[in-house]
Design a protein around this ligand. Structure first.
Ligand code: 13P
Ligand code: SF4
Length: 396
């Protein structure tokens, strides 16, 4: 007789619906997440020929009450309205340095606006023109997962000698976790200084959430070996690591990555070197280690811009970072040959959520006395996240 018939069939469980990652611009809302938001009132159509004039008029009306920050990956149509452009580090510094601005409109992504809210006074309001502008890398580390990882380190008796270092590209919850446990935030322009500081304080680092920035900085810039690094996978039991692997690691890297920079491969580097003899390959440290190893230069968006400004006329460059920035650099440097490292296009879809209609919609609302899309971090989270962010701003 078959034993199968005696085993009760497991109760069928309806699989959880796959969350919709992108909703149409300004249409539809998901109350449980930042993935979508209605824009009350009328979102101007992208084809409206008056959008530029409308943005200019609303900006002029708001005057010094308004401060617009723009990350380098923003579209040209948006970045032209930024009072300051920068990488994540510069934008965090700038947000903290403008106590007189009543409204900070952040043309970037959600984690950047959260950091601006944490670093500004209670009287200031930070506005993200489209709340669906999140970051898939930041979403790869949730507070619950990170707490579970830390408990594992505590159970092993090693948490006391591990210092958390979290990339700016993380939620306020992760930044607060970092502050609570004596760590620091870093960006791609100060990751080495952050790791030096952390290794002066402890014996190992838990690096969240970008494994690539952590590995590239430790191995390429600081002389650690690949064997010093392990990858903690929050989707596997015990992070997919044995007790000894965790005990012996210098760098415990969270298994997160940027889907935009993850597209660049070592083959892209080989191919561009064949196509453009003498080309300088310049990539962002969110790229995979194998890509960074093959590149000539590695740097944050701000560093990429500086290197291009300093480059010899006639020199050739292949750049591995988000396409809005690469296209802008190519337009600004007609005396240099500037190519995109990948053959297929590679925009950051969430950065691109901030478009001119959303910016106009937000600015006009402010000018009319409404404050839309406020990013507000709760007081307890903000307190500990500020501790970690201020530690970053104070790094030697
Ligand atoms: P930086 O501008 O700090 O180099 O960061 C790049 C990035 O991916 C932001 O999302
Ligand atoms: Fe996030 Fe990558 Fe987009 Fe930056 S470029 S916002 S890390 S998905």
């Amino acid at each position: 007789m078959s034993t199968l018939s005696t085993v009760p069939a497991p109760a069928f469980q309806e699989p959880a619906p796959t969350p919709v990652s992108l909703l149409l611009l300004g249409r539809g809302a998901d109350p449980r997440s930042e993935r979508g938001v209605e824009c009350p009132g009328d979102l101007p159509p992208a084809s409206d020929p008056d959008l530029v004039a409308r943005a200019e008029a609303a900006k002029a009306e708001l005057g010094d009450r308004l401060f617009v920050l723009g990350h380098h990956y923003q579209r040209d149509e948006v970045i032209r309205f930024a009072d300051v452009t920068g990488d994540s580090f510069k934008l965090a510094q700038q947000a903290a340095a403008r106590p007189e601005a009543e409204f900070i409109v952040f043309c970037g992504v959600h984690f950047m606006a959260e950091s601006a809210d944490i670093l500004t006074s209670d009287a200031q309001r930070v506005i993200l023109p489209d709340l669906a502008a999140g970051c898939s890398m930041a979403d790869m580390a949730t507070a619950e997962q990170v707490e579970r990882c830390w408990e594992r380190l505590e159970d092993l008796g090693i948490a006391e000698r591990v210092v958390p270092v979290s990339y700016m590209n993380s939620s306020a919850d992760i930044k607060a976790f970092t502050g609570r446990h004596g760590g620091t935030i870093c960006t791609s322009s100060n990751a080495k200084r952050a790791l030096e500081w952390a290794f002066g304080k402890g014996e190992a680092v838990l690096f969240l959430p970008d494994q690539h920035l952590g590995r590239n900085t430790a191995v390429r810039d600081m002389g650690y070996s690949l064997a010093d690094c392990v990858v903690y996978n929050p989707h596997r039991p015990n992070g997919g690591l044995t007790d000894d692997e965790l005990r012996n690691a210098k760098m415990i890297l969270w298994r997160g990555h940027c889907s935009v920079h993850g597209r660049f491969t070592p083959e892209c580097v080989d191919e561009v070197r064949e196509r453009i003899p003498g080309v300088n390959v310049l990539v962002h440290p969110e790229c995979r280690h194998e890509v960074v190893e093959k590149a000539d230069y590695v740097g944050s968006t701000e560093r990429i811009i500086t290197l291009l400004n300093e480059a010899e006329p006639g020199s050739a460059w292949a750049i591995g970072t988000e396409l809005n920035l690469v296209k802008r650099l190519a337009a600004e440097h007609p005396d240099k040959q500037i190519a995109f490292l990948d053959k297929s296009i590679c925009y950051c879809s969430t950065m691109n959520r901030i478009d001119l209609p959303h910016l106009v919609w937000a600015l006009e609302a402010l000018a009319e006395g409404r404050v839309p899309n406020v990013i507000e971090v709760d007081a307890d989270t903000a307190h500990y996240a500020r501790v970690a962010l201020e530690q970053m701003l104070a790094l030697p």
